[in-house]
Design a protein around this ligand. Structure first.
Ligand SMILES: [Mg+2]
Length: 429
């Protein structure tokens, strides 16, 4: 019997004992000639049925094993196994450091194995705070994947999508955007149903940018973006990602040159380590600044919001602290009239986590994706008029297709190395 069937049976038994009046919230009302239900009886029945439901649906459950899979092209999937047979999926990864994060996740097994997986926030707090050295990309990414898997288990145990547990749905479909770096790709993706795009990466020209740029470089970038705008049309959205690889002086020049083309956002106009530098760029333009893929937890996003450095926050749910932290960051953002566009150049579990978050917050903008799950999950998402439907399955709403993934296990992905064209010095990419 499936978990969702167990849950439905329990609820039917519980509410059946109360009668239709109780189901409709009509305590004390006579129904079908039966005696009115007394409030104390109602409460007792609810308590009894509730404890039975808790025993059967929640019962006792323990984490038995953490399983990690390197998955092509550069991902790391986590399966948290339980003695109830429920398996939770997560995607703990720092791109280029899969083995490092794998070790960090394995080191949490000593804490997690034997614990009930459903105390999600409690485990988040324990893993984050007991590390003593808080945060950072490796530990927070390990925690992020674990958090996703724990939410997946909790949703599957209760037979509901994660967004239901977070108070959703706040929407029934989520807008997604595609990467498109040439007019041809924009047209191709538009034909597939996308209405929002992002271009980049940082090498916006045929060479790496300098500390301060000349008019030819700046005009070339603006012209290239203008070609994308022409291909997309004025009713589509195109963001541009500077990838934190542009120095503040050049970033200011490029932002001004791009303004006539109305990009949806300027992403990481500069590195985010000096938030004041990004805030200064934000104050110098009417365009919207986006950032967040290299910012971790509520504490990282607090400074971005307080200094008004960006109005589009892009927490990566595989780096920033998972679904638990994503929900809290969204709440903080709402107070600053900022919106959430989950960053995701990763796999289908990351995408599923982003959609669950998006379906439970009011201030969602657009979800990044590079794969709708083809070749990895049993039911890949489908884009229609720029949106994907919110999955209704329990937990994260996806099932891995182990057969389709068989030829994708294992990788040795390495991050790129970039050097200045003229003098060979190290540059950001
Ligand atoms: Mg980016």
């Amino acid at each position: 019997m499936s978990e969702s069937m167990v849950r439905r049976d329990v609820l039917r038994a519980a509410f059946g004992a109360l009668g239709a009046g109780a189901l409709a919230g009509c305590v004390g009302a006579a129904q079908d000639g039966k005696k009115p239900v007394k409030e104390e009886d109602y409460v007792k029945t609810l308590q009894d049925s509730g404890s039975k439901a808790q025993d059967r649906v929640q019962g006792k459950m323990k984490i038995t094993k953490l399983e990690l899979l390197l998955v092509k092209p550069r991902w790391l999937f986590l399966k948290i196994h339980t003695d109830a047979g429920i398996v939770g999926l997560g995607e703990p990864i720092v791109e280029g450091r899969a083995l490092t994060v794998k070790t960090a996740v394995e080191e949490t097994a000593a804490y997690l194995v034997g614990k009930d997986p459903r105390a999600v926030v409690h485990h988040w707090q324990a893993i984050y705070r007991h590390a003593f050295y808080r945060g950072g990309p490796v530990l927070t990414s390990a925690l992020s994947g674990i958090d996703q898997a724990l939410w997946d288990i909790k949703g599957k145990a209760l037979g509901v999508p994660v967004y239901e547990l977070l108070g959703g749905p706040t929407r029934n479909r989520c807008r997604v955007y595609a990467h498109a770096r040439s007019p041809e790709v924009v047209k191709e993706k538009k034909a597939q149903g996308f209405t929002a795009f992002k271009c980049g990466p940082s090498k916006l020209n045929d060479r790496w940018s300098r500390f301060v740029e000349n008019p030819a470089y700046v005009q070339h970038v603006a012209d290239q973006f203008g070609e994308l705008r022409k291909a997309a049309g004025p009713d589509c959205d195109i963001g541009i990602d500077f990838h934190g690889a542009i120095q503040p002086g050049t970033a200011k020049q490029l932002v001004k040159a791009l303004e006539p083309h109305t990009p949806m956002f300027i992403e990481e106009p500069v590195q985010c380590q000096n938030v004041d530098a990004m805030a200064e760029i934000a104050r110098g333009t009417h365009l919207t600044i986006a950032t967040g893929e290299r910012i971790f937890t509520k504490w990282g996003f607090r400074e971005i919001l307080e200094k008004r450095a960006a109005l589009i926050l892009q927490p990566d749910l595989c780096h920033a602290g998972g679904i638990t932290e994503g929900r809290l960051i969204a709440g903080m953002a709402e107070a600053y009239y900022a919106t959430i566009a989950p960053h995701n150049p990763l796999g289908p579990i990351s995408l599923a986590a982003g959609i669950q978050l998006s379906a439970s917050i009011p201030n969602f903008l657009c979800q990044e994706q590079v794969s709708l799950g083809e070749g990895y999950v049993k039911q890949p998402l489908v884009v229609k008029n720029g949106y994907v439907d919110v999955p209704t399955g329990p937990g994260l709403g996806i099932e891995l297709d182990d057969n389709a993934m068989a030829d994708k296990i294992g990788h040795d992905w390495k991050n790129r190395e970039a050097f200045d064209n003229d003098d060979g010095s190290v540059v950001d990419w």
